[in-house]
Design a protein around this ligand. Structure first.
Ligand SMILES: [Zn+2]
Length: 431
């Protein structure tokens, strides 16, 4: 992995259609990709590691008493109690040594040679196999995947730039060296002026189309500032070096609500007219996806334009996510929106995810956790600050993004001047 990791890159992907018969190549590719996955999977070592986990019980005095008696580790969190336990868990280690890589390539080549296709496809497949397994591992560690080998289902080949040349607005792909080349002309593509000065980094070949991934190094490497975002049901609340920011998510919510209703109506109908309802349902879901994607793109582009060269700090949802799943319809929508927004933001700005613990509860001025949190505000029992709940969280995320510790004088000099009078006040008794 060369510069990819450190140098932030911008990526754009566009599709062009083709009418070549590439089934043979795609099937062979899929097969060698699966073989690579199998080989790497077989050579993974599973290491037992200690694992701290928790489950949630409802808060009541009896439960607390019982937990104390049992000597269990727990933390009261609003109306819930988090009860911790220690377990051991097998964590996979993916073989990455050069030696293993060479052996893998030789093994795959022994089969691939008979197809006649260019040898570089094997390298692309190996790279792809590693990508698949790394992302599987990341999800497995988070508890989102089972210990089951990934299967290459899609008939698509991700192809490195060693297999194609771009000349002007033509892309020439090597299929069989010195024998078969495919030419893709994109001189009339609608996206041409959007990728001026970009280069084609990678392509994905599919049965009927080719996806071209254009990249360019992000123009300015220096990061101008930090903005912390607190995600809420209807708003994204930001706090940056220049002060507060609010982005409404109402429209996004409204889309989900509308289509949710439409789906429910269709589901009722499905008893009478199952075929019709099924077709309609599919179309409704597709339209919902498209509209959401468009809106998320619009929102994130606006954010990126307003805060270019900023590090955008957000809470890492998955840390809490797996335990909070399925808590009602609204929460599911919020989670879904959040994931989509973070994903889209990553393409446009630098994103940093932080541990979500305490961001709501902690007093942004003195850092105390002795607070009362209600729907709208946070009241600090330690320093007497009464502050808008969402503003408080955004400040905490901002401070964490700038690696600043909570300090009263810092709050007074840096934070307070950026707030509006209605955002906070002092608890009368504390004056
Ligand atoms: Zn305080």
């Amino acid at each position: 992995m060369q510069s990819m990791q450190n140098m932030p890159k911008e990526v754009k992907a566009y599709k062009i259609g083709h009418s070549y018969d590439v089934r043979g190549l795609l099937i062979s590719y899929q097969w060698v990709l699966q073989m690579a996955i199998n080989e790497i999977w077989r050579n993974m070592s599973w290491v037992e590691k200690p694992w701290k986990n928790y489950y949630i019980v409802k808060k009541d005095d009896k439960a607390i008493k019982l937990l104390r008696m049992q000597g269990k580790e727990f933390r009261v969190n609003g109306k819930q109690i988090k009860v911790y336990y220690h377990a051991k868990r097998l964590i996979p280690e993916i073989p990455e040594s050069n030696e293993f890589g060479k052996g893998l390539r030789n093994k795959l080549m022994a089969f691939w040679r008979h197809t006649g296709y260019a040898a570089h496809y094997v390298d692309s497949a190996i790279r792809m196999a590693y990508q698949v397994l790394r992302s599987w591992k990341a999800n497995y560690v988070k508890g989102l995947r089972k210990r089951r080998k990934p299967i290459a289902k899609r008939l698509a080949a991700r192809i490195k730039n060693t297999l194609f040349r771009v000349r002007g607005n033509k892309l020439v792909l090597t299929v069989i060296p010195r024998k078969l080349y495919l030419e893709f002309d994109f001189s009339k593509a609608w996206f041409l002026d959007r990728v001026k000065g970009w280069r084609v980094g990678e392509i994905i070949l599919r049965k009927r189309d080719l996806i071209m991934m254009f990249t360019r190094e992000r123009r300015s490497r220096d990061v101008g500032g930090v903005i912390g975002w607190d995600m809420n049901e209807y708003t994204m609340d930001g706090f940056s070096d220049t002060g507060k920011e609010k982005v409404s998510l109402r429209k996004l919510h409204w889309i989900h609500e509308t289509y949710y209703e439409m789906r429910r109506k269709m589901q009722k109908l499905s008893r009478k007219k199952p075929k019709y309802a099924e077709r309609k349902l599919e179309r409704i879901s597709e339209r919902e996806r498209n509209r959401t994607r468009d809106l998320v793109n619009k929102l994130t582009t606006m954010i990126a334009r307003r805060y270019p060269n900023h590090i955008h700090v957000l809470e890492d949802l998955d840390k809490e996510g797996m335990y909070n799943r399925d808590k009602g319809h609204n929460r599911r929508i919020s989670l879904q929106n959040w994931r989509a927004i973070v994903k889209a933001l990553r393409y446009k700005v630098k994103v940093k995810e932080i541990d979500p613990r305490h961001t709501t509860r902690q007093c942004s001025r003195c850092g105390s956790l002795a607070t009362i949190v209600d729907k709208r505000k946070v009241i600090c029992k330690n320093c007497g600050l009464i502050i808008d709940r969402q503003v408080n969280a955004a400040i905490n995320i901002y401070l964490s993004g700038r690696k600043l510790k909570h300090r009263k004088d810092l709050w007074e000099t840096v934070i307070r001047p950026k707030l509006a009078p209605g955002d906070y006040c002092e608890k009368p008794a504390m004056r």
